[in-house]
Design a protein around this ligand. Structure first.
Ligand SMILES: O=P(O)(O)OC[C@H]1O[C@H](O[C@H]2O[C@H](CO)[C@@H](O)[C@H](O)[C@H]2O)[C@H](O)[C@@H](O)[C@@H]1O
Length: 290
C-alpha cells in the first residue's frame, strides 16, 4: 500500500456553518466521528472543473486528506456521476494506506467500488443506453447542436457536453428539451449538470445512494459535500434525515455556475482546495489526543 504525502493544505481551521442545523451536524460529527459518514462528490468538489473530463484529477492534497480522515470516521464515500472505476483512477484512490475502507458509488449509485476488494459491483445495464448511443450522433446533427458539443460515452450512460461549444449556455439550453424527449422515448432520464446533459437509467440517484450507505454503516451523523444539480437529491436526503433526527452538514463546493446548491448548503467554501482543507481540518480535529 502506498502512503500518501502529507496534505498540501495551508489552512487547518474548521469553518463555521452559517445555519444552526449545519452547526449541529458538525458538532455531532466532531463529538462521535466513529459514527459519522463523510460523503463527497468528485467533479467540482474533489477535482477542479476542466474543459476536458478526461483530464480531471483529484486535487493534489485530496488523497492524503481523505486518508487522514477515513480511519477516524465510520466511512468516507465518494458519490459521483462518473463510472466508479473512472473516479477511482482520476482520484488516485486505489491501494492507498488509510483508504482501505473507502467506497466509491459511481453512476449516481448504480455502481459500487470497494477499496477492500478493489472490485466494482453494478446494476444490470439498461437497453435504452444502447439505443440512444446509436441514435445520438444523427439526433444531435438534426437538432442543430452547436459546434463543439460532444458526447462522453460512460458505458452505462451518455453525457452530452456543451462546455466546449461556441456558446456553452445557449448550446445547453437548446438541447435540454429535445434530449429530455429522447431520454424518455428510451426509458431513460435526463440528468442536467454543469454544462452537461446526461441520459441515464432511472431508479437511482445520489440521495438514494447516500441513504442506503448511511443505513449500511449505521451512521448517526453525516457530512455531504457537492457542487452540482446531481448532488441535490443527496442534499434532500440529508434534509429528510435531519427532520428525522440525524444531524447533518451540507457543504457546497462553491461555484457561481450552480447557485441552487449554494442556496441549500449550510456551508459554502470556494472549491476543491477548500474542500481538501476542510477534510484535513476534520482529520486534525478528530485525531485522538495523546
Ligand atoms: O457527480 P460528479 O462527480 O460531479 O460528476 C458529474 C459529471 O462530471 C463530469 O462533468 C463535469 O466535469 C467536467 C470536468 O471538469 C466538465 O468538463 C463538465 O462540464 C462537468 O459537467 C463528467 O464528465 C460527467 O460524466 C459526470 O456525470
Amino acid at each position: 500500500m502506498a502512503t500518501p504525502p502529507p496534505p498540501a493544505v495551508p489552512d487547518r481551521a474548521l469553518p463555521e456553518p452559517a445555519t444552526a442545523a449545519g452547526r449541529e451536524g458538525l458538532a455531532a460529527l466532531l463529538a462521535h466521528p466513529g459514527r459519522a459518514v463523510v460523503a463527497l462528490d468528485f467533479d467540482g468538489t474533489l477535482a477542479e472543473i476542466t474543459d476536458d473530463p478526461e483530464r480531471s484529477r483529484a486535487h493534489p492534497g485530496a488523497v492524503a486528506a481523505i486518508a487522514a480522515l477515513a480511519p477516524r470516521v465510520a466511512s468516507v464515500a465518494v458519490i459521483t456521476g462518473r463510472p466508479a472505476a473512472t473516479a477511482v483512477e482520476y482520484g488516485g484512490f486505489a491501494g492507498v494506506s488509510g483508504l482501505e475502507h473507502l467506497v466509491v458509488l459511481g453512476h449516481y449509485g448504480a455502481e459500487r467500488w470497494d477499496a477492500a476488494t478493489g472490485e466494482v459491483t453494478a446494476a444490470p445495464e439498461h437497453p435504452g443506453v444502447t439505443a440512444v448511443r446509436a441514435e445520438l450522433p444523427d439526433f444531435l446533427r438534426e437538432t442543430g447542436a452547436r459546434p463543439g458539443t460532444w458526447v462522453e460515452d460512460k458505458g452505462r450512460a451518455l453525457a452530452v457536453h456543451t462546455r466546449r461549444a461556441d456558446d456553452p449556455h445557449a448550446a445547453f439550453d437548446a438541447l435540454h428539451t429535445p434530449l429530455a424527449g429522447l431520454a424518455a422515448r428510451h426509458g431513460l432520464i435526463l440528468e442536467p449538470g454543469r454544462l452537461v446533459l446526461e441520459l441515464r437509467p432511472p431508479g437511482m440517484d445520489k440521495g438514494v445512494a447516500l441513504a442506503e450507505h448511511l443505513r449500511d454503516t449505521g451512521a448517526t451523523a453525516v457530512l455531504y459535500a457537492g457542487d452540482d444539480l446531481g448532488d441535490l437529491p443527496a442534499f434532500a436526503a440529508v434534509d429528510k434525515l435531519r427532520s428525522d433526527g440525524m444531524p447533518g452538514l451540507l457543504v457546497c463546493s462553491g461555484s457561481d455556475e450552480v447557485p441552487e446548491v449554494a442556496t441549500r448548503a449550510d456551508l459554502t467554501i470556494p472549491g476543491p482546495p477548500a474542500v481538501v482543507a476542510l477534510l484535513a481540518a476534520l482529520a486534525e480535529a478528530t485525531a485522538p489526543t495523546a
